[in-house]
Write a protein that binds this ligand. Structure first.
Ligand SMILES: *[C@@H]1O[C@H](CO)[C@@H](O)[C@H](O)[C@H]1NC(C)=O
Ligand SMILES: *[C@@H]1O[C@H](CO)[C@@H](O)[C@H](O)[C@H]1NC(C)=O
Ligand SMILES: *[C@@H]1O[C@H](CO)[C@@H](O)[C@H](O)[C@H]1NC(C)=O
Ligand SMILES: *[C@@H]1O[C@H](CO)[C@@H](O)[C@H](O)[C@H]1NC(C)=O
Length: 800
């Protein structure tokens, strides 16, 4: 209805509203015009002259003018035409504000006669203002507990227009929770209210931003907006809730203190203190639990070190409490992981520190091993170094025995250092070592051993009694008394009964402790050149072991015997006389002086020398074989008897000598056949004296032997045919050599046999006396190597 009115006013037509009264006084009827606000200046409002019934010229002549309160010039009167024009653009809101209708009163003043006319100019509203909110933003706090249907008043918007041009309706931006209703106030103004359609949940949407729009009734309508910020106010409607009700964590047992075990987190949908959560161990014994929880962050740290071997699982209950006292709970299952932090342990149960050698499988030690870890960390391997004669045997559970693998030999190794190593299979591997020392005790299993199987000792003859002659020695590989060696002389094998021998019981003695051998009395090379005996070495073990060795003692020769002349025998009852035929040529072998020396070697090497002769120059003596030959043919003038003095000397140091006298008788008619064979004579002397001597000696002996045989045969023949036939021609120029043996190797006839060879000088007793070999001083057994061996067999010794 009001809108319709406004529309009418807008028409640019002067609406003649009221009665046009022509009062000549102040109380006359007012003329009324209406004009829309904001009309341009110069706008013809009305023709006043016409409306007042005046003539056109009359206004000018009567000095008509418009009077307006406050001397403001709103209207302008064209006195010539009587048109009333708008002097300026008029703003209704500025002139009247909210007052409706907005009427401006003016007066038309005329003079001659004075006449007043009352006029009203009504300004009609146009929609030239939009609704406007004084605050662009409105904050609305609504607790989330607010029930649907709850109404929240909102601030209104202003619109300076009036009537239908002012705010007519409020709308709100589309949303899920609110709508707005517009109410009429008593004064006709509209005000909005926010109505909650649906329960709020701060946790779902803590705030809303709504746009409130105010619409006026203009055509088209103008609008103004404001923002409604709806803040949903929290109430403690949510208990803290853990993200997981069960946390499962694993932690190695040797984790350092303060290491982070787990982080729990609880969510409280509430805000503020209702939503802030404090964590704590729920029913946890703070003294026993190895964990602490940070109440603010929910981090669980380690307070004490964990030991898998003590506790493997922990179930820790954690509570979270918000500021309103609501709480939630969760469980942290903590599994302690085993770490190989325990080295194996070895417990020795039995240990023998000393085991006898040669014993079969012997238990050295019994021990057990253990490891506090589990799994592979607790599995163990036990070992000892290779190459030891011991083995480890698993016996029972974790028990092992260490036994000898084979009989031990103390002499090879008297001590074993055994390192028993126990290693677990964890990562890293841990090991334990245990060292044991095992001594191998001695058993008397080694006999003393002589350093040589036989000893040869040399003793000069004529030694002083108790002469040290040498040492024998034996070692024993055992130890202690098992290795203490005592020496002794062993009895010889029983002698053959047919030849009991006095023995050499007192020849040697032995020091039982040192093995030193002493000759007990003076030895004589010529009597005993060598002897053997057995020595024994025994240890003091139980039973004692012993061994024996052969000791061979050789006596060294000294020049203690002078040469002994065998032929001619110097103490024969009748002196021997050599016969020399006068017809003999130079070089005729008269005889041969035979001498022996009981010594050996150089000491028995004899040389012959003519010392004195009745007729020097007639005879010569060969130095090496003692042959006496004529130096020249004999003459008639030569005396029939000669006497020669010969010296026999050995080569010892100092030399010893003997002399012999030869009697020579020159005879006639000595038959030629008895002369020695020319070939038997030594021919020449080689350069080497030793070889020469040997050759000469052998040759002469051989020839003499041959000659003797021939002579013997001849004598037999002669006796058979008559002794006279032999006559005086028998010439035993050479004695028979003894058994040929040369053990000294010096090339000299050394074995002394003494033959008493004598040609009876008396007529009628022409006969050889052929005597048994005899040797005045020396026992025959002492001669030669074979007798030496016999001596060993037969002789007996004194024993220590
Ligand atoms: C106000 O506006 C709403 C929505 O725009 C509309 O439904 C309602 O009819 C309007 N009220 C008036 C009085 O124009
Ligand atoms: C055993 O150990 C001891 C002491 O360590 C040492 O004196 C000895 O020589 C060792 N024995 C062997 C056979 O290694
Ligand atoms: C055991 O012996 C070995 C070598 O023989 C040595 O290296 C180790 O240190 C010893 N161990 C002990 C505990 O004596
Ligand atoms: C010659 O002397 C030796 C000892 O020199 C003696 O045994 C022997 O009987 C003696 N002979 C004669 C015939 O006197």
């Amino acid at each position: 209805m009001e809108t319709a009115l406004a529309t009418t006013l807008h028409k640019r037509q002067v609406i003649f509203l009221a009665m046009l009264l022509f009062f000549w006084g102040a109380g006359s009827e007012a003329i009324r015009y209406s004009v829309p606000e904001e009309t341009e200046s110069g706008y013809l409002v009305a023709n006043l002259a016409e409306d007042l019934g005046l003539r056109v010229g009359e206004l000018a002549t009567r000095g008509a003018r418009i009077h307006y309160k406050g001397n403001k010039q709103l209207l302008q009167l064209d006195v010539k035409t009587g048109n009333l024009l708008l002097h300026e653009k008029l703003d209704r809101e500025g002139l009247c504000g909210a007052t409706e209708p907005c009427v401006l009163h003016f007066q038309l003043l005329l003079e001659n006669p004075v006449q007043f006319f009352q006029g009203d100019l009504q300004l009609t509203d146009i929609n030239d203002h939009s609704p406007e909110f004084l605050e662009e933003e409105m904050l609305l706090k609504i607790p989330e507990s607010a029930q649907p249907g709850t109404v929240f008043p909102l601030k209104i918007a202003q619109d300076f227009d009036v009537g239908s041009n002012t705010v007519q309706n409020y709308t709100i931006s589309p949303n899920s929770h609110f709508h707005v209703v517009t109410h009429n106030r008593g004064d006709g103004r509209k005000y909005p209210e926010l109505v909650l359609d649906k329960a709020l949940d701060r946790e779902d949407q803590p705030e809303f931003s709504l746009t409130l729009m105010a619409l006026d009734g203009g055509v088209p309508p103008s609008s103004g907006t404001a923002i409604i910020l709806v803040e949903v106010v929290d109430i403690n409607d949510n208990a803290p809730e853990f993200l997981q009700s069960l946390y499962e964590v694993q932690i190695p047992e040797n984790s350092p203190l303060n290491s982070l075990v787990a982080v729990v987190s609880a969510r409280d949908l509430d805000a503020g203190t209702y939503g802030s959560v404090i964590y704590a161990l729920f029913q946890g014994n703070a003294f026993t639990e190895p964990f602490v929880i940070d109440g603010r962050t929910g981090e669980i740290h380690l307070k004490r070190t964990l030991d898998f071997e003590v506790t493997r699982y922990y179930n820790v209950e954690i509570s979270a409490t918000d500021g309103g006292g609501l709480s939630g709970k969760c469980t942290v299952a903590i599994e302690v992981l085993d770490v190989n932090d325990n080295a194996p342990e070895l417990t020795m149960s039995t240990l023998s520190r000393s085991i006898p050698e040669n014993s079969p499988e012997t238990v050295v030690a019994i021990f057990s091993v253990s490891d506090a870890d589990s799994g592979n960390n607790g599995k163990m391997v036990c070992s000892i170094p290779d190459k030891l004669p011991f083995v480890l045997k698993p016996t029972f559970m974790n028990f092992y025995t260490l036994v000898t693998e084979s009989p031990l030999d103390r002499e090879t190794s008297a001590e074993y250092n055994i390192t028993i190593t126990v290693t677990d299979l964890g990562t890293p591997r841990l090991k334990t070592q245990h060292n044991i020392t095992v001594q191998v005790s001695d058993v008397n299993d080694n006999a003393p051993t002589f350093t040589q199987t036989s000893y040869t000792l040399w003793v000069p003859e004529n030694n002083s009694p108790a002469l040290y002659i040498g040492t024998i020695s034996a070692t024993d590989r055992d130890s202690g008394t098992n290795a203490q060696v005592t020496y002794s002389l062993l009895p010889p094998p029983p002698p053959p009964p047919r030849d009991p021998h006095p023995g050499f019981a007192s020849l040697v003695s032995i020091n039982a402790d040192t093995g030193q051998l002493f000759a007990l009395r003076a030895l004589d090379y010529e009597t005993l050149r060598a002897f053997e005996f057995r020595v024994g070495a025994a240890d003091r073990g139980s039973p004692a072991l012993s061994s024996e060795a052969l000791v061979r003692v050789r006596v060294l020769d000294a020049n203690d015997n002078a040469p002994f002349v065998l032929y001619p025998p110097h103490n024969a009852s009748a002196p021997c006389t050599e016969l020399l035929p006068r017809a003999a040529d130079a070089g005729y072998l008269l005889t041969k002086v035979v001498a022996v020396d009981a010594d050996a070697g150089q000491n028995a090497w004899l040389s012959y020398q003519l010392l004195k002769a009745t007729e020097p120059g007639l005879f010569s003596v060969w130095a090496h074989n003692g042959e006496v030959r004529t130096a020249r043919p004999l003459g008639e003038r030569d005396a029939p008897r000669h006497r020669l003095l010969l010296l026999v000397r050995d080569n010892g140091e100092p030399p010893l000598s003997a002399s012999v006298t030869l009697h020579v008788l020159l005879v006639d008619g000595f038959s030629q056949p008895y002369l020695p064979l020319p070939g038997a004579a030594p021919e020449r002397v080689p350069a080497d004296p030793l070889t020469v001597h040997l050759v000469v000696a052998l040759a002469s002996v051989s020839s003499l032997f041959l000659f003797s045989v021939l002579l013997f045969v001849a004598l037999r023949l002669c006796r058979r045919s008559g002794p006279a036939a032999l006559g005086r021609g028998s010439a035993p120029e050479s004695p028979f050599p003894g058994p040929l043996g040369d053990d000294s190797g010096t090339g000299t006839l050394s074995h002394s046999y003494r033959y008493e060879v004598c040609l009876t000088g008396g007529p009628g007793t022409n006969e050889f006396k052929f005597l048994k070999p005899l040797f005045p001083n020396l026992p025959p057994q002492a001669f030669g190597e074979e007798t030496e061996a016999n001596a060993i067999v037969r002789n007996s010794f004194g024993f220590q």
